[in-house]
Design a protein around this ligand. Structure first.
Ligand code: PHE
Length: 340
């Protein structure tokens, strides 16, 4: 009997356990429900009485040895499995690429912040507009050539005329319809015009338009607001000049230039050697526009302005091709950070 125990002990020690299958075979042979040590125990009754205690102890020890070998082998296999799958825990992790904000988003936020500081709140509206909000309420008479001037993309012609908005003045109509003066709002958003795509024009671009309606709003308020904007956006040295212009919804109307920030007004190819750069359109809201939205034009007056975000971004970041903004080339997009 003692010999048998020794033999089994040797088998336990020598059993090769290098994979899961062998581990399982070991378990069945020495620890399973019909294991060989159990068989030995069943033979204990044949051992002479005086030896029973000692042999019993040897068998118990044998069972312990089997369990120990099993546990060790199992732990070892679990450890080496990590090596097997070739995971190197000391290897540095993959770099996570952090994205950057789009230059137009940066400029848009900056414009919004500047106007927020003097009490303008943001309002937004739909990109697909009806004729009323994009044209009629803004004093565009039917068949007026100014409708062509805007190169509209029509979606539906006729009585239910729908189009992609050509400017965010449409949002301002919605604000005037839905709130009472005083109104101080800016409407940022994407607008669409049917233009051939080139470095200087695109079929969609972004605007921020502003509207201020209250009692006694004057042209001087408009001019000062725009000067404040120019200095905040382009620096204390920035100057503005206003040139007479025409928009159906404002009277008088003007186009606004800022002093060229690139050459300090000395003349360069960006400002075409004039020292000035055009950045926005503006004017006093035409009384017809106020009346169309049920605002009493005898009591209230207002000013409006509208600028292209791409144009401002172009001057701020010296980007000379409009198409870059919508091509999603990460090499381009990665170059912009807030506060430049
Ligand atoms: N809506 C005009 C445009 O898109 C800009 C503008 C807004 C001009 C407000 C004057 C007043 O060109």
């Amino acid at each position: 009997m003692r010999n048998k125990i020794k033999e089994i002990e040797q088998q336990i020690q020598q059993f090769s356990i290098v994979n899961k299958e062998e581990l399982e075979r070991f378990r069945i042979q020495f620890l399973g429900s019909k294991n060989c040590i159990k068989e030995l125990f069943s033979e204990l009754k044949n051992v002479p009485n005086e030896d029973k205690k000692e042999v019993g102890q040897l068998m118990n020890a044998l069972r312990g040895t089997a369990q120990e070998r099993f546990d060790d082998a199992k732990n070892h296999l679990e450890e080496t499995r990590i090596d097997d799958s070739k995971i190197d825990l000391s290897r540095p992790g993959d770099q996570i690429e952090i994205g950057a904000r789009h230059p137009l988003s940066l400029v848009r936020s900056e414009i919004i912040e500047i106007f927020n500081r003097i009490g303008f709140v943001v309002s937004e509206g739909p990109e697909i507009e009806d004729d009323w909000h994009n044209f009629s309420a803004l004093n565009f008479p039917p068949e007026h050539p100014a409708r062509d001037m805007q190169d509209t993309f029509f979606i539906e012609k006729g009585a239910n005329e729908m189009a992609l908005r050509t400017h965010t003045s449409s949002v301002q109509v919605r604000v005037m319809e839905n709130s009472k003066p005083p109104i101080r709002t800016i409407s940022p958003g994407r607008v669409y015009r049917n233009e051939a795509i080139s470095a200087r024009a695109h079929c969609f671009f972004h605007q921020v338009e502003g509207l201020y309606i209250d009692k006694d709003v004057s042209f001087a308020d408009l001019k000062q607001t725009l000067l404040y904007f120019a200095k905040e956006m382009f620096g204390e040295k920035a100057q503005i000049r206003l040139r007479p212009s025409y928009f159906p919804f404002t009277e008088p109307s003007a186009e606004v230039d800022i002093s060229c920030t690139i050459c300090n007004s000395k003349g360069c190819n960006v400002c075409k050697y004039t020292g000035w750069l055009e950045i926005l359109g503006c004017g006093m809201v035409d009384p017809n526009v106020l009346e169309a939205s049920n605002i009493d034009s005898k009591e209230y007056s207002g000013f409006a302005f509208g600028m292209g975000v791409e144009r401002i971004a172009q001057l701020k970041y010296r980007v000379n091709d409009l198409r870059l903004y919508s091509e999603n080339d990460v090499r381009f997009l990665k170059q912009f950070t807030a506060g430049m």
